[in-house]
Each structure stands twice: as C-alpha cells, then as structure tokens.
Write a protein that binds this ligand. Structure first.
Ligand code: GLV
Ligand code: MN
Ligand code: MN
Length: 414
C-alpha cells in the first residue's frame, strides 16, 4: 500500500466545508474515527495495539529475540482548524508503509519497534500544544491539564472521561517512556527548505522555541449608536493596537516570529461595542532568553495599550517550549542511514521536540512543494511521500538493528 492510498482513506474524516481543509480537534469524535482507522491498519499487520492512560495509541511489534526499549516512530492525526491533509497524518501513514518494509528484516532486528499516535498535538482544542506528549513526559502537571477548557467550556477532565480515559490516571508515565529507546517522527516540511535544496527528504537539526499566550482585554460593552466616540472603552480597539505593536516588536527583533491568528470578541455583534476580547499570541525565537525578553515587553505593551483605551488586560501563558537541538548521536545514526539527506531546522513545534527532554528523538522532513502549512494548500507529491516512507524504513531498520550491547546514541557517535 502507498502513503497516498492510505491518506486517501481518511480524506473525508474531519473535512471542513466552511473553512476548507480539515478540522480534527483532539479527543473528539473525528479524532476517534481517525484513531480507529489507524488501529485497523495496525491490527491487520499483527501489531499489538494499546491506548495508554493519556490517550496515546501505541502499536508494538516484538520480533522473536528482540528485547529492550523499542525504536518508535509516529506522529499525530489531529489538525489545526482548516488544516492541511499532511501535517501529522503523513507521519502516521508513512510509519505503516515503512513497517511493511521493515517486516522483511524481522530476523535482523535486535530491538522491538512501535508506532505512536499522539493526541492534540496542535493544541487546537485545549490551547496547549502537544498535550499528549506533554502529559506523557510530565511537561504539564495533571491538575493543570484536567482544568483546561475547550471552546465549548468543557474541561479536559470531562472530555477525557467521555473519550474513554480515566482523568485520575492522566499524567506523567515513566513506565511507558522507559519502553521507548528512541523516537523518530516523520513530518511534512512546513516551509520551503527542501524545495530550495531540490531534495525530497531532510534530517531535522532543531526546533525553534515557541509559546502561546492568551490575552483578555476587558472594556465596557455598549450600544454602537448611542455611545459617543469619546465615551467608549472599546476592547477591540485596544486589541487592534496590541496586535500591531506585537507585529512591530517581532519585526524589530531579528529571527523573531509573532502571530495573532485567533481573536474572539464578547458578545460579538455588529451593532455592539464589545465588553471583552480574547486573542492569542504565538511567539517564537531561537534564543529562549530573547523569547523571555519579548514576552516581558509584550506584557508591558498589552498593559499600556489597554490603559490608553480605558480597558484592563491580562496575559496568560498557555504553553512554552524551549528551542530543541536534536540529539547529536541519534542524528549521526540518521546521517549514516541517509548519507545524502540535508539537515534542516524548523520553525514548527512537534511531539518529538517535547519528548526530547526525556528520550533521544529525531525527525525527518518530506518536501512540501507549496511551502505552505496549517492551510489546505499544504502539499506532498506522491513520489516524495514514498521517498519519505522509504527513508523512514531505512532509519527505523538501522536503529532497530543496533546491537543490544551498543548504546543507541551517545557523544562518541557525533
Ligand atoms: C505546530 O505545528 C506548531 O508549530 O504550532
Ligand atoms: Mn501543525
Ligand atoms: Mn504536526
């Protein structure tokens, strides 16, 4: 089976007619349908499928004689609102196709292998990016996670319970982590690096540090016709000034990226001055100290621009991920398996980045001819998808063949 055929099987799941593309929130009905598709494929291949207490689905294969922690690949199936078809699912479909190749090497494998599918990687539902891998690795505390609320006001505790999980058992899971010797995530490239290099596949070098903040601006709701311009405390006007100031701050800071892609006025009527506005800032920079400085300056801007409109504002961190330089020894092993692949950094966040704090992780990127992502315009050509799956099979097999007596990574490999 090809990667393209696999992805065609799920193209209607979560298709969003109003936004275009796909809307696949984590821990949702759509998420469950996608999960069932994965489980059916994994079980057909004889993999041992388990859903762990955080909702991560693992499909294990333990060839005779293979012992110790597994070499794991995988990605996510959730999406941003109106997202593309490849961000996440490409890594899952490629894992299944790569597994079909790996199976032929059964007798040579020294280590078990597995595929992991992580929930809510985009954080589109509960605001926290990579929620599944954060829970698994302990990067978010259970109580904080359970109290998160989605756009409908439902708590993560209730949503998790409805999705078949026990909220009391959600959280850091060292036993599960100890079964993973290394994690390699294949992902569509989300920029133009491979297009410019004219190559189908790259090895990841780093992930840009990134975070999210929710700003709430409170003003005075009122009538659009009877309230004189000088008498207004309009939080949308304050938010507009803040959005421009944040853009200007990022423009003035080399290598910074700042985005406001979501804004929600309350109550949201054409002839109503809003009483409050929430908007979300996504801020990224390679140097975590610069990120901290940008956040501090943004807080000051938010406070002063709110006051200038007679409003009050709060700014609350939803998630923060430091810059990640992928494990040097593991990258060296990937370079040996794929000697002609270039190495590229990325500005996008990934579960492999969160897990890097606890286990050796690595990534492969597959060319995206549009260079566009988090949009229906994201694309992967069929031939590149196959090249990606073949590269993943090579890397996966090479790691699983590393003798059990040898470390999978280490400074001496670099
Ligand atoms: C996820 O793709 C992110 O970078 O926000
Ligand atoms: Mn994404
Ligand atoms: Mn992704």
């Amino acid at each position: 089976m090809t990667v393209a055929t696999m992805l065609s099987e799920i193209e209607t799941i979560g298709a969003d007619r109003s936004r275009g593309g796909h809307s696949r929130p984590g821990y949702s009905r759509v998420d469950r349908e996608l999960r069932e598709w994965f489980v059916a494929h994994a079980q057909r291949r004889g993999l041992d499928v388990q859903r762990d207490r955080n909702g991560i689905v693992w499909a294990w294969w333990r060839p005779a004689g293979a012992t110790g922690p597994a070499i794991v690949t995988g990605s996510h199936l959730d999406s941003v609102p109106g997202g593309g078809a490849y961000d996440g699912p490409l890594g899952v479909a490629s894992a299944l196709v790569a597994f079909d190749e790996l199976r032929a090497e059964e007798s040579a494998l020294e280590r078990p292998v597995a595929i992991g599918v992580f929930p809510e990687e985009e954080g589109s539902r509960f605001g926290v990016a990579c929620l599944g891998s954060r829970l698994l690795s302990g990067a978010i505390a259970r109580d904080r996670a359970l109290a998160l609320r989605d756009g409908e006001g439902d708590s993560f505790a209730d949503v998790a319970r409805r999705d078949g999980l026990d909220p009391e058992l959600v959280g850091r899971d060292d036993a599960q982590l100890s079964q993973i010797g290394a994690f390699v995530e294949l992902h569509v490239e989300q920029g133009r690096g491979l297009v410019d290099l004219d190559r189908p596949v790259a090895i990841a070098s780093s992930i840009l540090g990134h975070g999210r903040w929710r700003v709430v601006v409170q003003g005075q709701g009122n009538h659009a016709g009877t309230t004189l311009m000088g008498d207004r405390r309009d939080p949308l006007v304050a938010a507009a000034a803040m959005i421009l100031a944040i853009r200007d701050l990022a423009r003035a800071t080399p290598d910074a990226r700042a985005t406001v892609g979501r804004i929600e006025p309350t109550p949201g009527g054409t002839n109503v001055i809003a009483s409050a506005v929430s908007f979300w800032i996504d801020l990224r920079h390679p140097d975590d100290l610069v990120t901290a400085e940008l956040v501090a300056r943004t807080r000051d801007l938010v406070a002063s621009l709110a006051a200038a409109e007679g409003c009050r504002a709060t700014m609350h961190e939803e998630s923060l991920s430091p810059t990640v330089d992928f494990d040097g020894g593991l990258r060296a092993r990937l370079r040996s398996a794929l000697p002609t692949a270039p190495e590229l950094g990325t500005g996008a966040g990934h579960d492999a980045g969160v897990l890097a704090a606890r286990i050796p992780t690595a990534m492969l990127f597959v060319r995206n001819p549009t260079g566009v992502s988090h949009s229906p315009d994201e694309l992967v050509e069929d031939a590149d998808a196959e090249a990606g799956a073949a590269a993943l099979a090579r890397v996966w097999g090479a790691l699983a063949r590393v003798p059990r007596s040898a470390p999978i990574t280490g400074a001496d490999l670099e």
